[in-house]
Design a protein around this ligand. Structure first.
Ligand code: COA
Length: 124
Protein backbone atom coordinates (compact mmCIF):
# COMPACT_ATOMS: atom_id res chain seq x y z
CA UNK A 1 0.00 0.00 0.00
CA UNK A 2 1.28 3.48 -0.88
CA UNK A 3 1.43 5.85 2.09
CA UNK A 4 0.19 9.41 1.59
CA UNK A 5 -0.38 8.78 -2.13
CA UNK A 6 0.05 11.24 -4.94
CA UNK A 7 -1.82 10.31 -8.12
CA UNK A 8 -1.08 11.71 -11.56
CA UNK A 9 -3.93 11.12 -13.99
CA UNK A 10 -3.29 11.25 -17.72
CA UNK A 11 -6.36 11.53 -19.96
CA UNK A 12 -6.64 11.05 -23.72
CA UNK A 13 -9.63 12.58 -25.47
CA UNK A 14 -11.21 12.35 -28.93
CA UNK A 15 -13.21 15.55 -29.29
CA UNK A 16 -15.09 15.66 -25.97
CA UNK A 17 -14.91 11.94 -25.28
CA UNK A 18 -12.41 10.47 -22.87
CA UNK A 19 -10.91 7.48 -24.71
CA UNK A 20 -8.15 6.43 -22.32
CA UNK A 21 -6.80 7.13 -18.89
CA UNK A 22 -3.56 6.17 -17.22
CA UNK A 23 -2.41 6.73 -13.66
CA UNK A 24 0.90 7.02 -11.88
CA UNK A 25 0.67 6.62 -8.12
CA UNK A 26 3.51 7.17 -5.69
CA UNK A 27 4.17 8.20 -2.14
CA UNK A 28 4.54 11.85 -1.19
CA UNK A 29 6.46 10.78 1.91
CA UNK A 30 10.21 10.78 1.35
CA UNK A 31 10.59 8.79 4.56
CA UNK A 32 8.74 5.83 3.07
CA UNK A 33 11.11 2.98 2.16
CA UNK A 34 9.29 2.64 -1.17
CA UNK A 35 9.05 6.34 -2.00
CA UNK A 36 11.26 5.71 -5.07
CA UNK A 37 8.63 3.38 -6.60
CA UNK A 38 5.65 4.37 -8.73
CA UNK A 39 2.67 2.17 -9.60
CA UNK A 40 0.99 2.39 -13.00
CA UNK A 41 -2.54 1.69 -14.18
CA UNK A 42 -4.22 2.11 -17.55
CA UNK A 43 -7.40 1.54 -19.52
CA UNK A 44 -8.01 2.36 -23.18
CA UNK A 45 -11.54 2.39 -24.63
CA UNK A 46 -12.05 -0.80 -26.72
CA UNK A 47 -12.63 1.23 -29.91
CA UNK A 48 -9.20 2.82 -29.52
CA UNK A 49 -7.12 -0.21 -28.54
CA UNK A 50 -4.27 -1.51 -30.72
CA UNK A 51 -3.54 1.96 -32.10
CA UNK A 52 -0.44 2.60 -30.01
CA UNK A 53 -2.21 4.81 -27.49
CA UNK A 54 -1.51 2.70 -24.41
CA UNK A 55 2.19 2.49 -25.24
CA UNK A 56 2.41 6.24 -25.81
CA UNK A 57 0.59 7.09 -22.58
CA UNK A 58 2.94 4.88 -20.58
CA UNK A 59 5.94 6.57 -22.19
CA UNK A 60 4.56 9.96 -21.13
CA UNK A 61 4.06 8.70 -17.57
CA UNK A 62 7.58 7.27 -17.56
CA UNK A 63 8.93 10.74 -18.41
CA UNK A 64 6.85 12.28 -15.63
CA UNK A 65 8.03 9.58 -13.22
CA UNK A 66 11.65 10.47 -13.99
CA UNK A 67 10.92 14.18 -13.57
CA UNK A 68 9.50 13.64 -10.07
CA UNK A 69 12.52 11.52 -9.13
CA UNK A 70 11.10 8.00 -9.18
CA UNK A 71 13.59 5.19 -9.80
CA UNK A 72 11.31 2.24 -10.43
CA UNK A 73 7.87 1.61 -11.91
CA UNK A 74 5.62 -1.35 -11.21
CA UNK A 75 2.43 -2.72 -12.69
CA UNK A 76 0.32 -5.79 -12.02
CA UNK A 77 -1.44 -7.64 -14.81
CA UNK A 78 -3.74 -10.64 -15.06
CA UNK A 79 -1.91 -13.54 -16.66
CA UNK A 80 -4.70 -13.99 -19.23
CA UNK A 81 -4.31 -10.40 -20.48
CA UNK A 82 -1.88 -11.25 -23.25
CA UNK A 83 -2.22 -7.89 -25.00
CA UNK A 84 -1.28 -5.95 -21.88
CA UNK A 85 1.64 -8.29 -21.17
CA UNK A 86 2.82 -7.81 -24.76
CA UNK A 87 2.77 -4.04 -24.29
CA UNK A 88 4.60 -4.13 -20.96
CA UNK A 89 7.20 -6.81 -21.70
CA UNK A 90 7.83 -6.58 -25.44
CA UNK A 91 7.18 -2.91 -26.19
CA UNK A 92 8.17 -1.22 -22.91
CA UNK A 93 10.78 -3.66 -21.52
CA UNK A 94 9.20 -4.39 -18.15
CA UNK A 95 10.49 -7.55 -16.46
CA UNK A 96 8.51 -10.14 -14.55
CA UNK A 97 9.39 -10.10 -10.90
CA UNK A 98 6.62 -12.07 -9.27
CA UNK A 99 3.37 -13.92 -9.51
CA UNK A 100 0.43 -14.01 -7.13
CA UNK A 101 -1.09 -17.42 -7.79
CA UNK A 102 -4.87 -17.52 -8.37
CA UNK A 103 -5.08 -13.96 -7.04
CA UNK A 104 -7.89 -12.93 -9.41
CA UNK A 105 -11.36 -14.48 -9.54
CA UNK A 106 -12.89 -13.92 -12.97
CA UNK A 107 -16.59 -13.44 -13.74
CA UNK A 108 -16.88 -17.03 -14.99
CA UNK A 109 -15.70 -18.32 -11.62
CA UNK A 110 -12.23 -19.36 -12.79
CA UNK A 111 -9.05 -17.96 -11.28
CA UNK A 112 -6.09 -16.24 -12.88
CA UNK A 113 -2.58 -15.53 -11.66
CA UNK A 114 -1.56 -11.89 -11.20
CA UNK A 115 1.80 -11.14 -12.83
CA UNK A 116 3.93 -8.47 -11.15
CA UNK A 117 6.13 -6.46 -13.49
CA UNK A 118 8.76 -3.81 -12.92
CA UNK A 119 11.13 -1.47 -14.70
CA UNK A 120 14.09 0.53 -13.41
CA UNK A 121 14.25 4.15 -14.58
CA UNK A 122 17.89 4.51 -13.56
CA UNK A 123 20.73 2.18 -12.53
CA UNK A 124 20.33 1.15 -8.87
C1 COA B 1 -3.78 -3.23 -22.47
C2 COA B 1 -3.99 -1.84 -23.05
C3 COA B 1 -3.74 -0.79 -22.01
C4 COA B 1 -2.96 -1.64 -24.20
O1 COA B 1 -3.20 -0.39 -24.80
P1 COA B 1 -3.30 -0.30 -26.38
O2 COA B 1 -3.41 1.13 -26.77
O3 COA B 1 -4.39 -1.20 -26.87
O4 COA B 1 -1.87 -0.90 -26.79
P2 COA B 1 -0.95 -0.56 -28.05
O5 COA B 1 -1.81 -0.25 -29.22
O6 COA B 1 0.05 0.45 -27.64
O7 COA B 1 -0.19 -1.95 -28.27
C5 COA B 1 -0.93 -3.14 -28.42
C6 COA B 1 0.03 -4.27 -28.75
O8 COA B 1 -0.55 -5.51 -28.31
C7 COA B 1 -0.55 -6.43 -29.40
N1 COA B 1 -1.66 -7.34 -29.18
C8 COA B 1 -2.98 -7.13 -29.42
N2 COA B 1 -3.70 -8.21 -29.05
C9 COA B 1 -2.81 -9.10 -28.53
C10 COA B 1 -2.93 -10.40 -27.96
N3 COA B 1 -4.13 -11.01 -27.85
N4 COA B 1 -1.82 -11.04 -27.53
C11 COA B 1 -0.60 -10.44 -27.64
N5 COA B 1 -0.42 -9.19 -28.17
C12 COA B 1 -1.52 -8.55 -28.61
C13 COA B 1 -0.65 -5.53 -30.62
O9 COA B 1 -0.25 -6.22 -31.80
C14 COA B 1 0.30 -4.41 -30.24
O10 COA B 1 1.64 -4.80 -30.35
P3 COA B 1 2.58 -4.37 -31.60
O11 COA B 1 2.60 -2.87 -31.66
O12 COA B 1 3.92 -4.97 -31.25
O13 COA B 1 1.96 -4.98 -32.83
C15 COA B 1 -5.42 -1.67 -23.65
O14 COA B 1 -5.59 -2.63 -24.66
C16 COA B 1 -6.53 -1.78 -22.61
O15 COA B 1 -6.91 -0.78 -22.01
N6 COA B 1 -7.08 -2.97 -22.41
C17 COA B 1 -8.20 -3.17 -21.48
C18 COA B 1 -7.85 -2.77 -20.05
C19 COA B 1 -6.56 -3.38 -19.60
O16 COA B 1 -6.24 -4.51 -19.94
N7 COA B 1 -5.77 -2.59 -18.83
C20 COA B 1 -4.49 -3.04 -18.32
C21 COA B 1 -4.66 -3.78 -17.04
S1 COA B 1 -3.09 -4.33 -16.41
Amino acid sequence: MIRNPMVILLIAKDQNDVIAQATLEYSKEDVSKTAHVGVLGIVVHPSYQNLGLGTQMFLVLEDIAKEVGLLKLEIACIEKNQRALHVYEKKLNYFREGCRRKNIKLKDGTFSDLILLGKFLAPL
